[in-house]
Design a protein around this ligand. Structure first.
Ligand code: AMP
Length: 512
């Protein structure tokens, strides 16, 4: 019988020499070297452990664990065993875990030893029968139990359309939803990216992203595995340590904040990057200033791409020629991905005009786990997925993201796109960055507020910022209030948490 299990696809790309190094750890007390055979055997033992539990196919296996090579193996083993992986952000607290466990009803929960007390209580109360521990020092009951399992395992038969992963959205604009991704969603995207980004023999990936999110778990890991490329593995991002390893690598993937932090390292030079082939950024907007500073310092042009949990990757700047990578844009729809811009009523918009981004393709998820109504709401009648992002396509076909539609500010009946105002504020002297939000206003419904971070040592004058903006944009777009703060709240993927800002400033125009 044909087996469309994604694990089989990745396994088939392992190099012929299984004793070659697949992963080298960069920040464990001693470097650890995992061969391809180690990955093959370790995932077989973990898959056999899961098989020994006698779970029905498609059972959910939830993991809230620190990043480790064994945690990656657990993901691969879940695919291999024909179950559904459910990665959970390590920052989630009891209330959140209770929601995810209640919603996804996992058969197995794996957690860090230090959290076993409260996680197991939540899990057992919800009827979960198996709770294991896994730490980032190769210890825990999961590995203890797997140690006695056979080290060969025939991948479970999976159909292309079977679920592989449920990934909960980060919920910066509401309750987290479980995006259901199939083996084929992930495989098709991994194959497209392998081609589009020119993965080649000799590539080595620096993996410094978390692995509970699409960027680190899919784009990075699938990229390296599908190319049979070794990874230099960081449990945590440390700019100095990553910069030090650039001469040993060819590909790096990061969220914008990682690039900003690496630019703070004097060791980041053209020579240090001479061996590198590709720097990819995504998950949050890359400031044009970072894009330019990186090019100036390293001679490399960061390739920005755009995607989301529900769709994996959607667009990318071109790989070649490097000069065609345009800062501030996310490039072109990937091969096989269709992308269109619609107005509020679902009608096409003229080229260059802003509207809602809708997409279609083999990478687009099956729907939200146990939320048929929410799923129906988020697809059009002709089955395009409404991404919730607002953007435009220019005459050359480049896509630009303007923001999340839920972050759109409607003031006195006028739409204000935060990104437009933020871009102008960011250009002002002394400004490091900014976030524009809407908060309740008695006259206008919402009032525009700018939350602005000064550059180190700069003193900002809120009234001066307002006065300057008045000369540049329509009055209704100009912030009614400018608040200066030392930094913006960000989640672990580097996204500005506008919901946190809205909550913090919701009383600015209205009494509590
Ligand atoms: P997540 O599902 O957590 O990966 O979040 C996906 C969202 O991140 C998208 O819907 C976009 O709003 C945002 N995003 C991802 N990549 C980019 C990018 N390159 N530029 C701007 N926003 C991005």
């Amino acid at each position: 019988m044909k087996n469309d299990n994604l694990f089989g696809t990745l396994r088939a790309a392992f190099p012929a020499d299984l004793d070659a190094i697949a992963v080298e750890t960069a920040d464990t007390p001693q470097p650890l070297y995992y061969t391809w055979r180690d990955l093959e055997r370790g995932t077989a033992m973990l898959a056999n452990l899961l098989a020994s539990l006698g779970l029905p196919p498609g059972s959910r296996i939830a993991a809230q664990v620190d990043k480790s090579v064994e945690a990656m193996m657990l993901y691969l083993a879940v695919l291999r065993a024909g179950h559904v992986y459910l990665p959970l952000n390590t920052a989630y607290q009891a209330g959140e875990i209770e929601y995810f466990v209640g919603n996804a009803e996992p058969a197995v929960v794996v957690c860090a030893k230090r959290n076993f007390g409260w996680v197991s209580r939540i899990a057992f109360n919800a009827g979960v029968k198996h709770v294991y521990t896994l730490d980032d020092d190769r210890s825990g009951t999961l590995l203890d139990r797997a140690a006695s399992q056979p080290d060969t395992h025939e991948p479970a038969v999976a159909q292309a359309d079977d679920l592989a992963v449920i990934i909960y959205t980060s919920g910066t604009t509401g309750r987290s939803k479980g995006a259901m991704l199939t083996h084929e969603n992930l495989r098709s995207n991994a194959r497209v990216l392998k081609d589009y980004w020119g993965w080649q023999p000799g590539d080595v990936l620096i993996h410094a992203l978390p692995i509970f999110h699409v960027h680190g778990l899919f784009v990075a890991i699938h990229g390296a595995l599908l190319n049979g490329s070794p990874m230099i593995w960081f449990g945590r991002f440390d700019p100095k340590a990553v910069v030090a390893r650039l001469p040993d690598a060819t590909v790096f993937m990061g969220v914008p904040t990682l690039y900003v932090r690496m630019l703070g390292e004097s060791a980041l030079t053209r020579e240090q990057c001479a061996h590198m082939r590709l720097f990819v950024s995504g998950s949050a907007p890359l400031l044009i200033e970072t894009f330019n500073a990186w090019r100036e310092r390293t001679g490399h042009t960061i390739l920005e791409r755009y995607g989301m949990s529900e769709t994996v990757m959607l667009t990318s700047n071109p790989y070649r020629p490097e000069s065609a990578r345009r800062g501030g844009t996310v490039g072109f729809p990937l091969p096989g991905v269709q992308l269109r811009i619609r107005d509020d009523k679902g009608r096409p918009v003229p080229t260059g005009e802003v509207g809602h981004i809708e997409v279609k393709g083999p990478n687009v998820f099956k729907g939200y786990w146990r939320m048929p109504e929410k799923t129906a709401d988020d697809f059009t009648d002709d089955l395009w997925f409404k991404t919730g992002d607002v953007g435009k396509i220019d005459a050359d076909g480049y896509v630009t993201i303007v923001g999340r539609s839920k972050d759109l500010v409607i003031t006195g009946g006028y739409n204000v796109y935060p990104a437009e105002v933020e871009a102008l504020i960011n250009e002002l002297p002394g400004v490091a960055e900014s976030a524009v939000i809407g908060v309740p206003h008695p006259d206008f419904g919402e009032g525009v507020v700018a939350v602005v971070v000064p550059r180190p040592g700069a003193a900002l004058d809120p009234d001066g910022i307002v006065a300057t903006l008045k000369t540049k944009i329509a009055g209704y777009k100009v912030p009614k209030r400018v608040v200066v703060v030392p930094e913006l709240p960000r989640n672990q993927m580097g996204k500005v948490q506008k919901n946190v800002l809205r909550d913090a400033h919701r009383g600015l125009f209205t009494p509590a």
